[in-house]
Design a protein around this ligand. Structure first.
Ligand code: DGL
Length: 294
């Protein structure tokens, strides 16, 4: 089934009904959604943000489709009841590629999803060799394969499902040491080299960062890449879509106040708190909200 993930076009823009600065819920399995939050906060500095990390179920990339769908629906039920957001950004490719239709059927508010930027990657490639670097879950989705068939059928596509990068990105954000060798091994399958019929060598020239955790490691990827490539981060496109749905920022905003919820109920460490503050969570009110399920 083909459904509209990023656009949310079937849903009305909410600018006409929200006459106050909006409340935007940004949702991910962990801290990866911060890369998306950062862009949205730039576009809507007036908004009130709730950042929800379902860290009790991290990593989503390891969950089966039914388990993940059930989990996200249950967590979202609680979050929406508690925070009444005007719009939800599912800042997670692994969840968006499977659960958006069910979320939109269940809740009346707009959902903006995050999906692999295959179209943009193919459009930017001169060599016609691209890579989609994602979680094992996203790589396995029919939706991802459909994107490739629709937008990159004339490219060789390395579809790379990393089992470790999301955890390495979590560690990196917390300021813990992350080995170059570990990162290099995870990105290595993205780099393909082919000798063409005319003797020229063609290489991967664009990599779609198709997990919101991965842009956290972008500088490390750039330093470790065996040759320079362009990395595509979908966050700016998501922020633009949020802007279309909510309209321009208001002058009497909440000033970017942000509240963070972690479903595990584990304590928020000093390092994590610092990382959130550094990413625009001024007046961060980090709060652990245990959302253990079953
Ligand atoms: N950040 C998530 C994504 O965009 C997934 C990380 C995980 O929980 O495996 O896919």
């Amino acid at each position: 089934m083909r459904y509209d993930l990023l656009a949310g076009a079937a849903q009305p823009a909410v600018s006409s009904i929200v006459m106050r600065p909006p409340c935007i819920l940004v949702f991910d399995s962990g801290v990866g959604g911060l890369t998306v939050h950062e862009e949205i906060a730039r576009a809507r500095p007036d908004a009130r943000f709730v950042y929800a990390a379902d860290d009790a179920a991290f990593p989503y990339g390891a969950l089966g489709e039914d388990a993940l769908r059930g989990r996200v629906m249950a967590v979202m039920e609680r979050l929406i009841a508690r925070f009444s957001p005007d719009l939800v950004v599912v800042a997670c490719n692994t969840a968006s590629t499977i659960v958006l239709p069910a979320l939109r059927a269940r809740f009346a508010i707009p959902f903006v999803g995050t999906v692999p930027a295959v179209k943009a990657a193919a459009a930017a490639s001169a060599s016609r060799i691209i890579a989609v670097l994602a979680t094992p879950g996203t790589v396995a989705r029919d939706y991802t394969r459909e994107l490739i068939n629709s937008f990159a059928s004339d490219c060789e596509v390395a579809l790379v499902g990393s089992t470790r990068l999301a955890s390495l990105a979590e560690a990196h954000l917390r300021g813990e040491p992350v080995d170059d060798a570990a990162i290099a091994a995870e990105i290595a399958p993205c780099f393909i080299e082919r000798r063409r019929g005319d003797g020229r060598v063609a290489r991967t020239d664009v990599i779609s960062l198709s997990c919101t955790h991965y842009p956290l490691l972008r500088a490390r990827f750039e330093a470790l890449a065996p040759w320079p490539v362009r990395f595509i981060d979908p966050a700016p496109a998501i922020a633009r879509r949020v802007g279309q749905l909510l309209g321009p920022a208001m002058s009497h905003g909440a000033g970017g106040t942000a509240h963070a919820v972690f479903t595990s109920g584990r304590g928020v460490t000093q390092r994590l708190r610092a990382a959130f503050s550094a990413r625009g969570f001024s007046g961060l009110e980090a709060q652990e909200e245990a959302l253990a399920l079953n």
